[in-house]
Every structure is written in structure tokens, then in C-alpha cells.
Write a protein that binds this ligand. Structure first.
Ligand SMILES: NC(=O)C1=CN([C@@H]2O[C@H](COP(=O)(O)OP(=O)(O)OC[C@H]3O[C@@H](n4cnc5c(N)ncnc54)[C@H](OP(=O)(O)O)[C@@H]3O)[C@@H](O)[C@H]2O)C=CC1
Length: 254
């Protein structure tokens, strides 16, 4: 797949372009929609073979594979009236927009594949969940860090709900930093320490030989401070609240 188009050049569109160009790879031509103008112009300026098109239709016309990365409420404005020939492959990364919805909007016979690229795709460091499996799309995301095809849209939506937990993690780290600052620690020092603490956690996650439960157990001394925080803060009520919000999110995404 040599010609890739992206409609919606925001946070995730940019991460995909950076992933495609990672390590100086210029094996693809990239065509960007004009909206998200600042990001698109910056990407085109800094990366060979990345061009900003005059319209979303031009992106479709030039690309073999078109990634749709606008926000859900913007999809009709971005896509209505586009002519998408059946020989294109459309990759839909919009959370909460199913195949039927997108096919109605686009009115095309082209194959549609849903995908959940994560921001770390820019460094080719994360797996992308896709449905359905498609050889060209699989090989694209395999190059960008790995691909995880799932059997149906119900399973896809479970992964989509998991993705919704990401910013809570940053907010949790910010809350830890704020707590330390409230106890007289310089905010910069607190933040540096919390970042390093959790970068270590991130690196440990690369160790696929240990399960997540095993990693938790290995970092915990019986009766120690980690066990105390885990059992008193992440208690049954807190765990139940997490399950509830994920269940609610799943119901809405379906
Ligand atoms: N961010 C993430 O980590 C992930 C996001 N997603 C999904 O990707 C999609 C985009 O998310 P994200 O990148 O965070 O959002 P952003 O708001 O950062 O980007 C959306 C982009 O779409 C552009 N846009 C709006 N209307 C149109 C239009 N009519 N034609 C072309 N482009 C248009 C916006 O342009 P302008 O700035 O001019 O308004 C903006 O650049 C969402 O549906 C989200 O669910 C999926 C996986 C991960």
C-alpha cells in the first residue's frame, strides 16, 4: 500500500503520519485533508512525500487507503457527498462509529475496516486493534507496531471502551504530583519523580513473561505501603465504580 490518505489531521492523524515516517521511512506517499490546517502544513513541511490536498475528495481520489480520523460529530460534514470508489480501502478510526453508520454516510461498496490506533503509533510502539481483518490494513498496522484483529464489532467495542481510560491515568499521576506539592515539595521535583516512577512501570509492562497480576505482586511487600494503598484506595467500591463506568461506556459505544 503506497498511497495513504488521512481525512482529519488532528492528534491521531498526526501520530499516524509520524508513525509512517518513523525511522526515515518514505515508502508511502501521504495525502492530508485541508482541515487541521496548521498540523497538516507542519507535517507537509517537515516530511518528504506528505502533501496537503485541496479537499477531502482529493484525498480519496489520490489515495489507495483512506483513514478517517475526524471526531464523531464532524463525520457528516466531513464525509457527506464524498465519492469513494469500490477499489479504495477505508479505515475508520472514529470511536463509536460502526460499519453500518459509516457505510450509510459514504454510500460506498469499498471495504471498511475499523481500527483503534493509539498515540504511541508515532513511535511504532503499540498494537492497533482492527475489525475485520484485512490483509492490506493488517500489514500497514503491523509495520506501525503490531495488529490485533478481533472477531466482531462487539469485541472491537470492548477495546474501544478500554481506550477511554487513558486520560484518567494521566490525571491520576497529576493528582499524585499535586498531593506532594501540597506537602511542600516543589512541583517540578514532584512531577519529575512521579514521571520517573511510572516510566519504570511502563518499561516493566514490556516484560511479557509476567502477567499484570504477577507484576503487581512482584512490586509489593506483604503489609507494605504499596499493598496498603492498593487495598484501601482501590477498594471494592472503587473497583465497582470503574466497572460501572466501563459498562456504561460500552453500552453507549454499541
Ligand atoms: N486521540 C486519540 O488518541 C485517538 C482518537 N481516535 C479517534 O480519532 C478521531 C480524531 O480524534 P483526535 O485526533 O483526537 O481529534 P482532533 O480534534 O485532534 O482532530 C480532529 C481533526 O478533524 C478535523 N476536521 C474537522 N472537521 C473536518 C472536516 N469536515 N474535514 C476534514 N477534517 C475535519 C479537525 O480540523 P480543525 O482543527 O480544522 O477543526 C481536526 O484537525 C476521533 O473520532 C477519535 O475518536 C481514535 C483512537 C485514538
Amino acid at each position: 500500500m503506497r498511497r495513504i490518505g488521512i481525512i482529519g489531521v488532528g492528534e491521531i492523524g498526526r501520530a499516524i503520519v509520524l508513525g509512517l515516517r518513523h525511522g526515515g521511512d518514505t515508502s508511502t506517499e501521504v495525502f492530508l485533508s485541508p482541515r487541521g490546517a496548521r498540523t497538516a502544513a507542519e507535517l507537509a513541511e517537515h516530511h518528504a512525500g506528505v502533501r496537503v490536498c485541496a479537499s477531502n475528495q482529493e484525498v480519496v481520489d489520490r489515495a489507495e487507503l483512506v483513514i478517517i480520523a475526524v471526531r464523531r460529530p464532524d463525520r457528516h460534514e466531513a464525509l457527506a457527498g464524498l465519492r469513494v470508489p469500490g477499489d479504495r480501502i477505508v479505515v475508520n478510526v472514529m470511536a463509536g462509529v460502526g460499519h453500518d453508520d459509516l457505510r450509510r454516510t459514504l454510500g460506498t461498496d469499498a471495504p471498511l475496516v475499523r481500527a483503534i490506533p493509539l498515540p504511541a503509533i508515532r513511535e511504532r510502539r503499540c498494537v492497533t486493534v482492527v475489525h475485520p481483518a484485512h490483509p492490506e490494513v493488517n500489514s500497514l498496522f503491523e509495520r506501525l507496531g503490531g495488529v490485533l484483529p478481533v472477531a466482531d464489532e462487539a469485541a472491537f467495542t470492548v477495546f474501544s471502551a478500554l481506550t477511554g481510560t487513558l486520560t484518567t491515568h494521566y490525571a491520576y499521576l497529576a493528582a499524585l504530583t499535586a498531593w506532594a506539592a501540597d506537602h511542600g515539595i516543589a512541583a517540578d521535583d514532584a512531577e519529575r519523580y512521579v514521571r520517573d516512577l511510572f516510566q519504570g512501570v511502563g518499561r516493566a509492562l514490556h516484560d511479557q513473561t509476567r502477567s499484570l497480576r504477577q507484576l503487581a505482586a512482584d512490586h509489593e511487600t506483604p503489609g507494605g505501603s504499596n499493598e496498603r494503598v492498593r487495598t484501601t484506595w482501590f477498594d471494592a467500591a472503587n473497583a465497582a465504580a470503574l466497572t460501572t463506568v466501563l459498562d456504561d461506556l460500552l453500552a453507549e459505544l454499541r
